[in-house]
Design a protein around this ligand. Sequence first.
Ligand code: RET
Length: 279
Amino acid sequence: KVSSATSSVAPIPTVIPNEPIYETVGSAGGKTLWVVFVLMLLSTLGFTFLAWSVPVQKRLFHVITTFITLFATISYFAMATGDGNSFAETVIKTSHKYTPDTYEYVYRQVFWARYVDWSLTTPLLLLDLAFLAGLDGASIIIAIVADLVMVLTGLFAAFGTTGGQKWGYYAMACIAYLVIVWQLVVGGRRAVSAKDNKTGTLFAAIGGFTLVLWTLYPIVWGIGDGSRTWGVDAEIIAYAVLDVLAKPVFGFWLIFAHATNRSESIDGWWSNGLSNEGA
Ligand code: RET
């Protein structure tokens, strides 16, 4: 009788599938989603009341900004109630010398509601900045299309199964982001230089604030969904802080600062349409 301990024969490999690993939202993440839902709802009401306090012709920024927080309210409602998410599967293969390769399955909760939100709200945020600067139509359309490419490739990246897929889409999204930055920084500065100094200063400040915030999104993505260094809750909290700054804080700043400093041509287009421009 040969016991396995003294046998010189390698044990017959038994392939036992690993338990899948689930990365999901916890209680801190869940509470954060509700807090941001409430903040977005209150901001939406706040922007609506501010809009009513000015004549219809002067409501362009109020209307755009109200839509931005309204979409965020809906998206955060979805995420807080457990909707708008799905599990992204990644398979980690480990090769062994004597036994067959093993595969580890990781399922991470991805909130795709964010990407639906971003695909509607980031173009509106760009419109706010573009109208403030008086940006030309070509630059506006290029920036908005690049923005949609950025958000949608970001969504594909989040559900990528392999590293190649995830980081491939991520690279495309980053290139699209650079196109947006180029249009807004180069085109926006050129356009705003034809306006008064106050608008120039406001555009530089609020544009700089936007540039810093927006650049943090791909960084959070890389640490969270990308490399999985952060868990789902840390990612939720980081996006929560960024979203509150990029939507309500940005919006109140823009509306209060711009109240004293209006752009006649944009107001004309807003209330009369292109064909009556200048009338
Ligand atoms: C992703 C991942 C892929 C690479 C890049 C990204 C950029 C996202 C940005 C999002 C901005 C969102 C805002 C929301 C407002 O509340 C999609 C994260 C470049 C810039 C401003």
